[in-house]
Design a protein around this ligand. Structure first.
Ligand SMILES: [Zn+2]
Ligand SMILES: [Zn+2]
Length: 256
């Protein structure tokens, strides 16, 4: 399974960095996790949007769904782009927000599916599992199992919770949010993770590799990754828009 980081910014974009969007691909299936503001043009540079099998929206904040409207209009107007009807997966809350914000007929373009924590969905050769995150109402984290049985976890936006530590136990790669380097004054707990909290969750879950993402400007992912390395012993990668991580190449270093 191959992960392409399309957008890695936390909460709002900044110069050259788009909001949350991650492309997962194996031999036959392509899934997009979130589609935050600024991400669609970069996504379309990495995959023909009409080839996307499913889009998962983790929660109703703009930095995770704003460019759905670009994806919708692309499929609506570009001749030949509507090769398939992509699955649109989310809890009920993002669907309610999308109906208010965009007021378009999403069901005319996408196959809408409401999912909840504890459920799983098969998309082509991949399987997605969902768990409730500790953020705003209706936020879901996910785990994606590809055709070579490799597992990528995505924290969405969340604070550390014991249930997510169990959910991510043993995943090959955790794409984890570290909105803050340090917890801001006035926010004593919940909502998001610091780099240290994320690293502690990755260590407790025994994940093999950690990608630190969703870092809010002016903090940087490389600074957050450096902090995470003090707590997590495995490989730590700073998310960067355009970065490709191929788990199969990792597992088979002899492959060309
Ligand atoms: Zn966010
Ligand atoms: Zn959020």
């Amino acid at each position: 399974m191959r992960l392409t980081i399309i957008g890695s910014a936390g909460s709002y974009g900044s110069a050259g960095i788009s909001c949350s969007c991650y492309l997962l691909q194996d031999r036959s299936t392509s899934i997009v996790l979130d589609i935050g503001n600024g991400s669609f043009s970069l996504l379309a540079g990495r995959i023909e949007p009409g080839e996307i099998d499913a889009l998962f929206i983790s929660h109703r904040h703009h930095d995770h769904l704003a460019d759905l409207i670009s994806f919708y209009h692309y499929l609506l107007f570009v001749p030949g782009a509507r090769r398939k009807r992509p699955l649109l997966l989310a809890s009920r809350e993002p669907f309610d927000a999308l109906a208010l914000i965009f007021a378009v007929d999403l069901a005319g373009i996408f196959e809408l599916k409401i999912v909840a924590g504890g459920e799983s969905v098969v998309v082509g050769s991949m399987r997605m599992e969902f768990a409730v995150a500790d953020h705003i109402e209706g936020t879901l984290a996910t785990k994606v199992i590809g055709d070579a049985a490799q597992i990528i976890g995505y924290s969405a936006d969340t604070a550390v919770t014991p249930s997510l530590v169990s959910f991510f136990a043993g995943v090959d790669l955790l794409l984890g949010e570290s909105t803050w380097l340090e917890r801001p004054g006035g926010i004593s707990g919940g909502l998001h993770m610091t780099a240290e909290e994320l690293a502690g969750m990755a260590r407790a879950a025994g994940v093999r590799e950690l990608v630190v993402t969703h870092v809010a400007f002016p903090a940087t992912a490389s600074a957050a990754a450096e902090l995470a390395r003090a707590t997590f012993d495995g490989r730590v990668i700073a998310a960067e828009d355009g970065l490709v991580i191929d788990l199969e190449a990792r597992a088979n270093p002899d492959l060309p």
